[in-house]
Write a protein that binds this ligand. Structure first.
Ligand code: SAH
Length: 351
């Protein structure tokens, strides 16, 4: 039997072509898309306004579902974390965050944090996702399905996406963009491009490629160090793409897109939280007119890093302010459910 195609990796045009190949009229296209993305049908068999013959053909041609929910964990602040199993038994995590100060301004937002890879190849020293290396890229369908499943399991309409789960999104560029176009499309999930944020470790060529793509999504760069010596100690990627190059790519992004960007900066005790780093970060952010999200480090089992005390975090933010930079000190949600990326999966696999 011919291998089936994942339905949720298809654009509307791709589906049109496949339906023509099956000898079906064009109006079926929107009917089927509506079943999948609006009504969230669980099988082609459930699409009751299609003929039995077409439903059969669709089931033989496409697969519809790529994830199985294994467990969910509720944090007391209502952040909810989902562990999904893929067809090859790999595990990924997705988080639902009802309101994210620092990422969104209003409290009625339902943000989903999606993963783009199983594991991660970049090995940032503080991060749980990279501890066991990379297994594989997710397909576009597996990325789209995370949002659909969370919507279904939670009963909440998702209206904000942050690509800040497991993996490096820009290292899985083609599937990421395919998925985001489906998430953005009016026939898909209909989530505005400006409500979609992609966070990267700083892959210079891909940041430029993203700048040249017409999709107006938001960019966040994980900086975590404001000078090469500090950044290099915790983010090996800095050796390949040092700050000078990275910031030039950010300049290109901001100038091409005419949009502001965000720097994420985790505060780790005694590593990158000196006021000297704050001054250097202030200068970088000012040059790019960027916003800064400060995130007190979320400790990971087995790693030696700690978050600084509250006063130190505040001092850091205060120093940024003296450069005219607004920062949010993100009071994290989900600390008690290990919401930092990769933590739930790691616990499950080591259990
Ligand atoms: N690879 C992408 C997206 C995934 S991580 C990136 O690096 O941006 C999303 C954010 O969470 C990144 O800024 C990452 O550095 C941060 N992060 C990873 N582990 C963390 C931890 N234990 N505590 C707080 N933030 C963490």
């Amino acid at each position: 039997m011919k291998a089936r195609t994942e339905f949720k990796s298809l654009s509307r045009e791709d589906l049109g072509q496949r339906l023509r190949d099956l000898g079906e009229p064009a109006y079926r296209n929107d009917q089927i898309l509506q079943w999948v993305y609006e009504k969230q049908a669980e099988s082609f068999g459930a699409m009751s306004n299609l003929s039995a013959g077409l439903r059969q053909k669709l089931s033989e041609t496409f697969t519809l579902d790529s994830l199985k929910a294994l467990k969910t964990r509720n944090a007391s602040d209502t952040t909810e974390k989902f562990l999904f199993q893929l067809h090859d038994h790999s595990l990924i995590e997705t988080v639902l965050i009802p309101a994210t100060p620092g990422l969104t301004s209003s409290s009625d937002r339902h943000t989903v944090c999606v993963s783009t890879q199983v594991g991660c190849a970049y090995g940032c020293k503080f991060c749980a996702s990279g501890l066991e290396g990379i297994k594989r890229n997710l397909t576009a369908a597996e990325i789209v399905d995370q949002v659909l499943h969370v919507q279904k399991l939670s009963g909440e309409k998702v209206n904000n996406i942050v690509v800040m789960g497991m993996g490096e999104p820009l290292a899985n560029y083609d599937s990421l963009m395919r998925a985001l176009k489906i998430i953005n499309a009016p026939w898909g999930l209909g989530i505005g491009a400006r409500k979609i944020t992609v966070s990267t470790v700083g892959l210079v060529p891909r940041i430029k490629q993203l700048a040249d793509d017409p999709l107006q999504i938001r960019l966040a760069v994980s900086l975590h160090g404001a000078s090469d010596d500090v950044r290099e100690k915790i983010m090996p990627v800095n050796k390949k793409h040092p700050l000078k190059e990275l910031l030039a790519a950010c300049d290109y992004y901001v100038n091409t897109k005419k949009r502001l960007m965000t720097f994420e900066y985790i505060l780790i005790d005694g590593v990158n939280d000196s006021l000297d780093q704050a001054h250097q970060l202030g200068a970088i952010a000012r040059r790019l007119h960027a916003k800064v999200n400060l995130i007190p480090y979320n400790p990971v089992d087995g790693l030696p890093w700690k978050r600084p005390g509250r006063d130190r975090c505040k001092m850091f933010a205060h120093t940024l302010k003296s450069h005219g930079i607004t920062s949010t000190l993100r009071m994290e949600k989900g600390t008690d459910i290990n919401a930092a990326c990769g933590q739930l999966r790691l616990q499950h696999e080591r259990a």
